[in-house]
Write a protein that binds this ligand. Sequence first.
Ligand code: NAD
Length: 503
Amino acid sequence: MQETDVRRREVRNLIGGAWEERNGGETEPVYDPATGQVIAETPLSTREDVDRAVTKAKEAFPGWAGTPVGERARILFRFKMLLEDHFEELRDLVTLENGKDARDAGGEVRRGIEVVEFACGMPTLMMGESVRDVARGIDNISYRFPLGVVAAITPFNFPCMVPLWTLPVAIGAGNTYILKPSERTPLSAQRLGELLTEAGMPDGVFNIVNGAREAVDSILEHPGIEAVSFVGSKPVAEHVYKHGAAHGKRVQALAGAKNSMIVMPDAVLDKAVPNIVSSSYGNAGERCLAGSVLVAVGDVADDLVEKVKEAASAMKVGPGKEEGSELTPVIRDSHREKVKSYIDTGEEEGAEVVLDGREPPLEEGFFMGPTLLDNVTGDMRVGREEIFGPVLSVVRVANLDEAIEFTNGSPFGNACSIFTENGAAVRHWRENIEAGMLGVNIGVAAPMAFFPFNGIKDSFYGDLHATGKDGVRFFTENKVEAVRYFSEPGVTAAVQRPIESGA
Ligand code: NAD
């Protein structure tokens, strides 16, 4: 296909209800990872753009915070119905800009919709608490209030779901919201903005400021923004957390990962292996919950490596939009080079390359084959660093305690899975493992929308996680009221009088 055949999409900022024309500033190309073609240009917004968005979001805040929570939830209901009506379109948009296959893209849209469903319960989620008679005639009541203008900065790997982790909750709770999507995948966020507008969201409640580093730093430094939710890589998460906090903001920053999948000798391998392969190589390994290290316990190792090798090499490499594609492209050519250099390093460090995906299996696009590295150890970079590509490293250990020790040696603590039928082993592992999302015979341990997305250690900076009740707490603050009335007996008499008179 010639470059001229590709329909370029317009990417615009949404500020105060207006889709702004591009002002001729700098842009960054958006690629279809399956073809390598440029499909759009993301405007790289400046400090002034962020400031304009904050001004509009601030103007919209009193009206939105003063809208009854049931009315706010009704708009979210309409949004949810529009997401259902446009499900396939959103799924295909995710495939176009991210590259993942239809099953993964559909899964991502579904998980995002589930957060909207959760947020539709905001009248209940916003409830405070009360205790009557904390002292004679005095009651304590807590009320939840929105914070004001809040912002979210999101990554390329879930362009539809990650914005939906926070926007329905933040907006449902009465905040006004600025989204800074990944400059590499801005299209899904833009469609969400259009659908929110169609659902009846008042101008200025939901805003999009596209861009990269300058937009992010302007958000972190802007005095008009109260809270920032970030999802992305560890170095940027750490910067966002520290810089945002230094500017007085509440920050949650969800970061990178290096997830172990521990396979015990009693694991049901025929069921476990497809799970392991899909966790490691699905979405080209570009998931924060991807299994990246396979920790083989005892004598399961040879059989396990053989079976994983067989299943991985049988994966169909192809574009996400083609039915049957299992191994889809990585996001950019530069990222493919980075993943390849990790494999080179692994080999130099002494890992055995059992399957080598370095040679591009297709001419167009940013494809890689599956890579399986055996005899990896904790002192190798491939055993410890996030690669974020279709590379699985096998670490061989003698027993469960060694598997736990290896896993806990990671600075990250996003997820860990164990494959076994032994309940005692599961309990021992759960009690001792340092990871915030656990899977038992499940390779991708994603919590549902009503639970927190729960990374720990270097996989998370902050206190309250995204999604679930944590998300509601993150985007609200309490006022706790102690109340008494001096004229109470008189009021009671006044209220009773009409009843006695039969009125
Ligand atoms: P990234 O850190 O490169 O980008 C994330 C966001 O930060 C983007 O919006 C980007 O524009 C911005 N950004 C990038 N560099 C910046 C800089 N120097 N200064 C300020 N802002 C900057 O992450 P990515 O490559 O888009 O996403 C992949 C990463 O996200 C992986 O590390 C993955 O593990 C992580 N992730 C984590 C979770 C989780 O829940 N813990 C979920 C999804 C993705």
